[in-house]
Ligand binder design. Structure first.
Ligand SMILES: O=C(O)[C@@H](CO)OP(=O)(O)O
Length: 243
């Protein structure tokens, strides 16, 4: 049996301020730092060990991973970072307040932008300061690969490409893996692993800073999954979403 841990970064400053974040490189809040430390302690206490770690190129996920590995005395393990694990790109909504945007465009529209599998938020203009294609961390993206907006399907496509090409071979070797990523990146992966239909994923939120353990069979099909809480395992569904 293969055990893999997924973790959504701890609360970020923009989670706290209720702003659309996407690819904006926002750091963890004080609460987020605490969540990451607690996640590391819980994993260590429950005897988890990792051989390899994966994260996005955004500091909220990277710092969450650093803190976890530090708590587990595993800072030495190989860590791979990829933009393909970045949060879903939020287009022209990045930086706006979610409640103010709902007041302007209506709750229903904002809910579609946030949770629809196929609807994309309004596109970012390439002349916009928030268009970060020139950032050196994205130098490997090919022409036209830098997103101007993404829906969950777009996110799923790049996440699964990374999953199949990079993470699956390592899992098959028997290496123990942790992936520190984002709400929608992990929703996309969970959707694929558990074969959740598009209408079933709309209500699925992954809480910040709580380890989500997947037990997989030899063919990497999920046997079960559960969140790891302070007092040990929590049955699926007992951790409410924190956004
Ligand atoms: O702002 C974002 O990038 C994401 C995650 O915090 O928000 P949402 O919950 O709307 O997917």
């Amino acid at each position: 049996m293969i055990k893999m841990v997924l973790i959504r970064h701890g609360q970020s400053i923009w989670n706290l301020e209720n702003r659309f974040t996407g690819w904006t490189d926002v750091d963890l809040s004080e609460q987020g730092l605490r969540e990451a430390r607690q996640a590391g302690r819980i994993l260590a206490k429950n005897g988890f060990v990792f051989d390899r770690a994966y994260t996005s190129v955004l500091k909220r996920a990277i710092r969450t991973l650093w803190i976890i590995l530090d708590e587990m005395n595993l800072m030495w393990i190989p860590v791979a970072k990829s933009w393909m694990l970045n949060e879903r790109h939020y287009g022209a909504l990045q930086g706006l307040n979610k409640a103010e945007t709902a007041a302007q465009y209506g709750e229903e529209q904002v809910q579609l932008w946030r949770r629809s599998v196929s609807v994309r938020p309004p596109q970012l203009d390439m002349k916009d300061d928030r268009y970060e294609a020139a950032d050196p961390r994205y130098k490997d993206l090919k022409e036209g690969e830098f997103p101007l907006t993404e829906n969950l399907e777009d996110t799923e496509e790049r996440v699964l490409k990374y999953w199949h090409e990079t993470i699956v071979p390592v899992l098959r070797e028997g290496q123990r893996v942790i992936i520190s990523a984002h709400g929608n990146t992990l929703r996309a992966l969970v959707k694929y692993l558990d074969n959740i239909p598009a209408d079933g994923i709309v209500g699925l939120n992954i809480p910040t800073g709580v380890p989500l353990v997947y037990e997989l069979d030899e063919d990497l099909r999920p046997i079960r999954h559960y969140y790891l809480g302070i007092d040990g395992e929590l049955p699926e569904g007992t951790v409410s979403a924190s956004l």
